[in-house]
Ligand binder design. Structure first.
Ligand code: ADP
Length: 322
């Protein structure tokens, strides 16, 4: 293999740059040229690309976002759009392609690898951690630490005012961010899609907490289809049980920022693992880390199979919040 392309796609995540850096340096050490494709699949279709050398990836390991830019690209969901991309890849002599992104990116990657004879390998880069085939995704650790920092701040105010707070975190359709930031922040309740709780049950649990002597409480809410749902929930709680509360939606601050050490190390391992995977003929897979070991999972399994919350964490959250 003489030329590899790399792109970042979908939502940005802290650590994407560390991953690009590792992939570039490992490729160059094998005398393979690395081509950076700008703006995800959108840039690929336009042929917006440039060679990446060691200098380009200097001093980026600590930066959030992605030096390549990212985008959503509806055109890539059409066969015509992907045919344009395949044509560009062939004409530019790219033999292997690294896709850093989330499940949407890997849906596109699965189709791309079916429709051409190029080696395509995925790297899980999303704060949501909702990708099957890796214990953690790049960006998740930074996001939960950002959320935790916010929860700690809110705890001060909640305690000072004897108040109930709802804190809404990201996570798309999953409760990974809510679960881990909630456990770390010692929050009283978690509202996540994996463990449904009715408003009545939440009221009862909060009442029990307050009867037991607590004067303030924090409920972490995982965003659902409709970010902002925590406003509705806190209003219903007020109408039903009379608890006055405040809401805080953390939003996009969870996506940015300098990656944690853990994310930088994971990103470096997976960036290197992606290049090695291409060299070892593991196209059509995603490189991840399972129980501390590099593992390759079929691209289609990464989005077809559902990653579950660890049952130990679910049990822990239940016991700790009592
Ligand atoms: P993420 O990769 O973070 O989950 P998205 O869901 O926005 O982000 O997906 C990123 C891009 O992947 C989309 O803009 C689109 O170009 C491509 N993509 C997503 N779903 C599909 C699909 N079903 N078929 C082909 N391409 C897809």
């Amino acid at each position: 293999m003489r030329k590899i392309g790399i792109l970042t796609s979908g939502g940005d995540a802290p650590g994407m740059n560390a991953c690009i850096r590792a992939a570039v340096r490992i490729s160059l050490s094998h005398k393979i040229e690395m081509i950076g494709i700008k703006w995800g699949f959108a840039g690929l279709i336009r042929g917006d690309m440039e060679p990446l050398d060691r200098r380009v990836v200097t001093n980026i390991i600590h930066q959030g976002g992605t030096i390549l830019g990212t985008a959503r690209c509806p055109e890539f969901q059409t066969e015509e759009g992907r045919a344009l991309a395949i044509d560009i890849l062939k004409r530019s002599g790219i033999e292997g392609l690294i896709l850093i992104g989330g499940d949407g990116t890997f849906r596109g990657g699965t189709l791309l690898s079916k429709e051409c004879d190029l080696s395509v390998i995925g790297v899980p880069g999303t704060i949501d951690n909702d990708v099957f085939g890796t214990d953690y995704t790049i960006g998740f650790d930074t996001a939960i630490n950002t959320a935790l920092n916010a929860i700690d701040h809110i705890r001060d105010t909640a305690t000072a005012h004897d108040r109930l707070f709802f804190v809404e975190v990201m996570g798309r359709h999953t409760g990974f961010i809510a679960m881990e930031s909630g456990i770390a922040g010692g929050v009283e309740e978690l509202l996540i899609p994996e463990i449904p709780m009715s408003i009545e049950d939440l009221c009862l649990r909060l009442e029990r907490n307050f009867r037991g002597g607590k004067k303030s409480a924090i409920v972490v809410v995982a965003e659902t289809e409709q970010p902002g749902d925590s406003f509705r929930i806190s209003k219903e709680i007020k109408d039903k049980a009379g608890f006055d509360s405040r809401d805080c939606i953390l939003g996009h601050i969870q996506r940015g920022g300098s990656p944690t050490a853990r994310d930088r190390v994971l990103a470096s391992k997976l960036g290197a693992g992606a290049v090695r995977g291409l060299l070892e003929g593991k196209g059509g897979t995603m490189v991840g880390e399972i129980k501390g070991e590099i593992a390759y999972t079929l691209l289609k399994d990464t989005w077809e199979k559902k990653k579950r919350l660890h049952p130990d964490l679910e049990n822990l959250a239940k016991i700790m919040s009592d």
